[in-house]
Design a protein around this ligand. Structure first.
Ligand SMILES: C[S@@+](CC[C@H](N)C(=O)[O-])C[C@H]1O[C@@H](n2cnc3c(N)ncnc32)[C@H](O)[C@@H]1O
Length: 219
């Protein structure tokens, strides 16, 4: 499977994201609690895999304007988003420390975090495999990755992949340059050094939104 896209395709997706966040802030939806139920279901599932500890170092990658950190008490919260410089003045959560950057090359020390969230980001990036490798690097041994992404099965997956391939070839604007199956995501996770659990549906979200909880391998 090809693992990176041309920079200009990703830059166009970024412009689409920025417009989404500007609209989101203008409409007063940020942190309005509209998605609180989904975040809580995700946090419950993450806690079943590994209970949250006070003072845990948590990184939310690709947080947008709606970071999950707002729902985790007593965390040492950090975010990384390629659009952070624009998101901060739009009202990004004051509860975390924000960094601008891409997950394919993160400005954090190895082993700096106990838990990483990658919510609805993997199909928006330039290089999913490189970024997952970076997450493995910044996580402490046996650290936990909580990842959600849209997945497709069977003929729908085939059609979506074809559509994305054609969009990338033409340089067409798409906010989602990638279309994964659940098996693709698990394979990417294993190759990056994670032990992924079984995928599940994210309660309170559209049917294709899939949750993966994966522990970094000890070695
Ligand atoms: C669909 S939003 C997800 C926002 C939030 N996590 C949520 O679930 O609502 C995707 C976010 O990922 C960011 N992003 C895209 N590519 C990225 C990359 N390579 N590194 C870091 N952030 C990236 C975008 O700027 C955007 O804010």
């Amino acid at each position: 499977m090809k693992t990176s896209i041309r920079p200009e395709i990703w830059q166009r997706a970024q412009r689409g994201h920025l417009q989404t966040w500007v609209d989101y802030a203008r409409d007063g939806m940020a942190r309005a609690g509209t998605r609180a139920a989904a975040w809580r279901a995700i946090l419950d599932a993450a806690a079943r895999e590994a209970p949250f500890r006070p003072g845990e170092r948590i990184l939310d990658i690709g947080c947008g304007l709606d970071t999950v950190l707002d729902f985790i008490p007593d965390a040492r919260g950090f975010t990384l988003d390629s659009l952070a410089a624009a998101l901060i003045p739009l009202g990004l959560s004051p509860a975390a420390r924000h960094t601008a950057g891409v997950f394919e090359a993160m400005p954090f020390a190895s082993g700096a975090f106990d838990r990483v969230f990658l919510m609805n980001v993997l199909d928006h990036v330039r290089d999913p495999a490189a970024g997952l490798g970076e997450i493995a690097r910044v996580l402490a041994p046996e650290g936990v990755l909580v990842l959600s992404v849209d997945t497709y099965a069977g003929g729908r997956h085939f059609a979506k992949r074809l559509h994305k391939w054609w969009a990338r070839l033409r340089g067409a604007r798409t906010k989602h340059p990638w279309a994964f199956s659940a098996a693709n995501v698990r394979d990417l996770l294993r190759r990056a050094g994670f032990a992924p659990g079984a995928p599940s549906h994210v309660a309170g979200t559209k049917a294709r939104r899939t949750l993966f909880i994966a522990r970094k391998n000890a070695h």
